[in-house]
Design a protein around this ligand. Structure first.
Ligand SMILES: NC(=O)c1ccc[n+]([C@@H]2O[C@H](COP(=O)([O-])OP(=O)(O)OC[C@H]3O[C@@H](n4cnc5c(N)ncnc54)[C@H](O)[C@@H]3O)[C@@H](O)[C@H]2O)c1
Length: 278
């Protein structure tokens, strides 16, 4: 989709981090934007802040784990703006912990938000886009959708699923006027490692201890700015690019993974134990 001006975008997980940056970047391109998020107050604040810049904004509180709410989001967007041209299925959560530690209720939560949330978005927006012969679907996966490290197994499993379903959808809608992209960033400075703020309360407290603290530190010191990631998304939509790999540090790791797989070599074991203070 070359011309974004006056087109309509819907972004889930838009109250924070990458989703908010996507909304800001789309407004900067002259798009009308529908913001959706499960967190009502941050969503309202984000919408107000964008409206103050003169952008045409609608905010729709939405839990992406509920297909009816995502359908209602699509209807609200069409009612307000007539059509939707770009949807970013971006809402996601990332509890951290080893596969052996991860509890079944956290698996379910991860699968519901990270995988079924994307599936619901595709179902609510995809068919209409094919019907109108124009549209683009961006699904937020992660570098964790292409590579694996200890402590992120459940998260990576959901993000590999997002990569697989995006690649398949890309092939299935090819030639209909609808493009598909899958966003696979490395670390980005957001609130992703505070995901438990949105965790359903029935599973007890989330406490995976040190890996979570280490991940938060790495994110703060090494993470990219969300707006930088959003600019890559704008370019990819314009260029109709399937894989969006905005983080250069991920590329050699990805190359090494595929080289080892093709050579029949085992993966390198990443040591995430804390380095002793010198
Ligand atoms: N931050 C990173 O390092 C990083 C790297 C790769 C991929 N990602 C992915 O980027 C996406 C955005 O995350 P972020 O980093 O901006 O984190 P974030 O926590 O800052 O933002 C995520 C947003 O999703 C919302 N959300 C959570 N559950 C929801 C639900 N059930 N329904 C609707 N909204 C819900 C949250 O309220 C929040 O506003 C996620 O899919 C995440 O997995 C993040």
């Amino acid at each position: 989709m070359k011309n974004l001006n006056q087109k309509v975008a819907v972004v889930t997980g838009a109250a924070s981090g990458i989703g908010l940056a996507l909304a800001q970047a789309f407004c900067g391109e002259g798009m009308k934007v529908v913001l959706a998020d499960v967190e009502r107050d941050p969503l309202a604040s984000a919408a107000e802040a964008l409206q103050r810049t003169g952008a045409d904004i609608e905010a729709v509180p939405t839990d992406v784990t509920d297909p009816e709410q995502v359908e209602a989001l699509a209807n609200a967007a069409r009612k307000r703006f007539g059509a939707v041209h770009l949807v970013c299925n971006n809402a996601g959560v990332a509890p951290i912990g080893s596969i052996l530690e991860t509890r079944l209720e956290d698996w379910r939560w991860l699968l519901d938000v990270n995988v079924l949330g994307v599936v619901h978005g595709i179902a609510a927006f995809g068919p209409k886009m094919v019907e109108q012969g124009e549209g683009h679907i961006v699904n937020t996966a992660s570098a964790g959708g292409l590579i694996t490290v200890p402590g992120f197994g459940a998260y990576a499993a959901t993000k590999h699923a997002v990569v697989a379903l995006s690649e398949t959808l890309y092939q299935e809608v090819h030639g209909t006027g609808v493009g598909v992209s899958v966003l696979c960033p490395g670390l980005v400075r957001t609130r992703i490692f505070e995901s438990e703020r949105n965790r359903p309360t029935d599973g007890g407290p989330l406490n995976y201890g040190q890996p979570q603290e280490q991940a938060q530190q790495s994110l703060t010191s090494l993470g990219a700015a969300p707006l930088e990631i959003a600019r890559h998304v704008v370019d990819a939509v314009r260029e109709d690019r399937l894989h969006i790999l905005p983080s250069p540090e991920v590329i050699p790791v990805l190359e090494d993974r595929f080289r080892r797989i093709l050579a029949g070599d085992n993966l390198q074991v990443v040591d995430l134990s804390p380095t002793p203070e010198s």
